[in-house]
Design a protein around this ligand. Structure first.
Ligand code: HSE
Length: 358
């Protein structure tokens, strides 16, 4: 973006429900970054796991999305887009200013997303992502690479979708030293626990309903075993604490052993059972855990209803802060990514650098 009047070139990796919502939001005149003076936006490439396209004419975007929705395939409208063989070629030919990733990488390998980000950030391309595995793999390395190359990585959609937990920590970490963080960031398990406790339904029935409602991951074991919460906790920890934390540092217990009787008996004693991710302790002795916890009514996350999420922070000056609410689903997730895109555009306009305490 050397020329401030040049259009912003955006490449979209992943064209599932979040990716399509993101493209739809971009076309909403009221919130489109194209409405920012002097900053038109151009989608220069779209890719899914099978196909990588370079877009030569923006008018073909609509037909490409419609076709993807009806056939499930990313196809080339004749004479309007060019398919390339693999992601390196796609990235180098698309020459984006910003890469938006709405795909879901494999948790074991985190590929190809992690390598894609390394190449993009390494050549000064900003990355905005909703994809957790590459960040679980090495978020600190990616943030440091972005800072070295004078660019930017944002991943708020990975840690609570619409709930701006990342932005909340970003703000507070500039203001105070954080000594404890509690998170309830898995909508599926929060919904299941609430329903089991209030309606007295069993674990299996609650899980089946959560899947029907679309809260759960394609493989819900990541939700109920606490792995999704652990991934979000690790991303926040490595995003805002000086130390580097690893997956093996987290003590993880899911909700699979809980019954509606046990939840109701805790309720009768005045406690709400939540799947809590926690970071606590002094530097060098920090503890990270994910486990069902009995929260008393005074805890700001005790009253989280339905599939709501929340984050609670304590600071060394005695500050207590909580952010709760948010909606799950592709629309709110895409909206949070669009906000990050606007922030990056505004930051570039001001010529600001990325802030990190380490
Ligand atoms: N399955 C997750 C949840 C959404 O229930 O919160 C993706 O992180």
């Amino acid at each position: 973006m050397g020329n401030p009047d040049a259009s912003i070139r955006l490449a979209l990796w992943g064209i599932g429900r979040v990716g399509r919502s993101f493209l739809r939001l971009l076309q909403e005149p009221a919130i489109s970054p194209t409405a920012l003076p002097g900053l038109p936006l151009e989608i220069v490439g779209i890719a899914d796991s099978q196909t990588a396209l370079l877009l030569e004419d923006q008018r073909n975007l609509g037909p490409i999305i419609e076709r993807k929705e009806s056939t499930g395939r990313l196809e080339i409208p004749p004479g309007s887009a060019l398919a390339v063989a693999e992601w390196r070629e796609w990235l180098s030919q698309a020459r984006p200013d910003v890469l938006v990733d709405t795909s879901v990488a494999d948790f074991e390998s985190a590929q190809p997303a992690w390598e894609l980000y390394r190449v993009a950030l390494g050549s000064g391309v900003a990355v905005i992502t909703a994809n957790k595995p590459p960040l679980v793999h090495d978020l600190k390395g990616l943030i440091r690479l972005a800072a070295r190359r004078g660019t930017w990585l944002r991943c708020g959609a990975t840690v609570g979708a619409a709930l701006p937990a990342w932005a909340f920590l970003d703000l507070l970490s500039r203001q105070e030293k954080i000594c404890r963080m509690d998170v309830v960031l898995n909508g599926t398990t929060n919904w299941m626990l609430n329903e089991m406790e209030s309606r007295g339904i069993g674990y299996g029935e609650a899980l089946a309903e959560a899947q029907r409602l679309g809260y759960a991951e394609p493989d819900p074991t990541r939700d109920v075993q606490g792995l999704d919460t652990a991934a979000k906790l690790l991303i926040l920890a490595n995003g805002f604490w000086e130390e580097t934390f690893f997956w093996s540092d987290i003590e993880i217990t899911g909700i699979t052993g809980l019954t509606h009787e046990s939840l109701q008996s805790e309720r009768d004693r005045g406690y709400a059972v939540k799947l809590v991710g926690r970071l606590a302790g002094e530097q060098g002795h920090r503890r990270l855990s994910v486990k069902p916890e009995c929260l008393d009514a005074a805890h700001p996350l005790a009253a989280l209803a339905g599939s709501q999420k929340g984050i609670y922070i304590e600071t060394t000056t005695g500050g207590r802060y909580a952010l709760t609410g948010g909606a799950s689903g592709p629309g709110p997730t895409a909206a949070s990514m669009l906000r990050e895109l606007r922030e990056w555009i505004e930051m570039k306009k001001r010529g600001d650098a990325e802030h990190r305490p380490w």
